[in-house]
Ligand binder design. Sequence first.
Ligand code: ADP
Length: 221
Amino acid sequence: MKIIFLGPPGSGKGTLAKKLSETSGFFHVAAGDLLREEVFRGSELSEKINEFLKKGVLVPDKIVVELIKNKIIQNNGFLHNFIIDGFPRNLAQAKELEGMLLEMNSKIDGVIYFQLSEDQAVERLSGRLSCPKCGAVYHLKNMPPKKDNLCDNCGSRLFIREDDVPETIKKRYEIYEDQTKPLIDYYSQKKLLYDLDAAGGVNEIYQRLMKVINQVYHDHT
Ligand code: ADP
């Protein structure tokens, strides 16, 4: 199955996609992680990408599409169950993805829409701690690491993402409303949209998510 996670920043797409890939073998492609890896690598594009990330605006489609495509191809992702989180984020990207999949005789089976209020999303992002090495995320209050500031998985020192500050969070939310939200109608018209209540604790959301994924499986295979 090929599944997209769609929803506002802070709605838990990355956390849940990681959990699902660890427990159910889905191959996970995270657009934001790919971009941050690229910045970290110090490639030609690093500085340019970082400018967009810091502002909380979308990185140009051409760059993101290329990164996603490479990641999927390198891992033979077309052959596996996969989840893409953070892509597509606008209509042009959605069309690119369709074209990409069509070339491989494949298609999207379901788009899971993580529903969360703006207040709750902002609250989550405001206390988020991220691991620079394995990408795990924590929350200062709701999901603290076992040892202060150290990743439970790999022991690396956690950090606060530069875009997890109030002004940039606000900007990211505006961009989501303006550019990404129209995808809800787009996928709904294609009968691919599945709602997920993304409020609550990770385990609780995970249980709900499994039910939705079973539904996608039932409808599309
Ligand atoms: P969140 O979903 O919490 O905003 P991400 O890590 O998915 O976090 O994205 C962080 C930033 O990466 C975005 O604010 C944007 O600048 C960039 N980004 C991620 N995905 C895309 C995409 N598909 N197209 C353009 N820019 C993207």
